[in-house]
Design a binder for this molecule. Structure first.
Ligand SMILES: [Zn+2]
Ligand SMILES: [Zn+2]
Length: 114
């Protein structure tokens, strides 16, 4: 959002804490350009490219409303849900009910489900 027209540019190396707000990570890759700047907008959707399996964890990403359309047009994802309060928080798992509604829930060991 800032206009860096100065002769010197210092990248922002401040590490983001785990509790930082998630941002749309969609990168516009237009032919002939080196667009590698992620969108960075407030995300509306949490998508899973791959759900967790016995051999590996889920691969998730955040996208804004506009880029959700671009993703649906061009890519295949395993699952998605609207961004909720638990999305992006450490210790959450991708959970899907039998009705097909997905969300991020905090993995509670002490809950002792089943
Ligand atoms: Zn976006
Ligand atoms: Zn989520």
């Amino acid at each position: 959002m800032s206009d860096n027209t100065g002769s010197e540019f210092f990248p922002d190396l401040t590490p983001s804490p785990d509790t930082s707000a998630p941002a749309c990570g969609y990168i516009e890759a237009e032919p002939g350009t080196s667009g590698t700047e992620p969108c960075g907008q407030n995300p509306a959707w949490h998508i899973a490219w791959k759900l967790a399996s016995p051999t590996g964890g889920a691969q998730c990403a955040f996208v804004c409303d506009g880029h959700m359309r671009a993703v649906s047009d061009s890519y295949v994802y395993a699952d998605r849900h609207k961004v909720g309060p638990n999305c992006g928080m450490p210790g959450t798992v991708w959970w899907r009910s039998w009705m097909g509604k997905a969300e991020c829930v905090v993995a509670a060991d002490e809950a002792g489900a089943q």
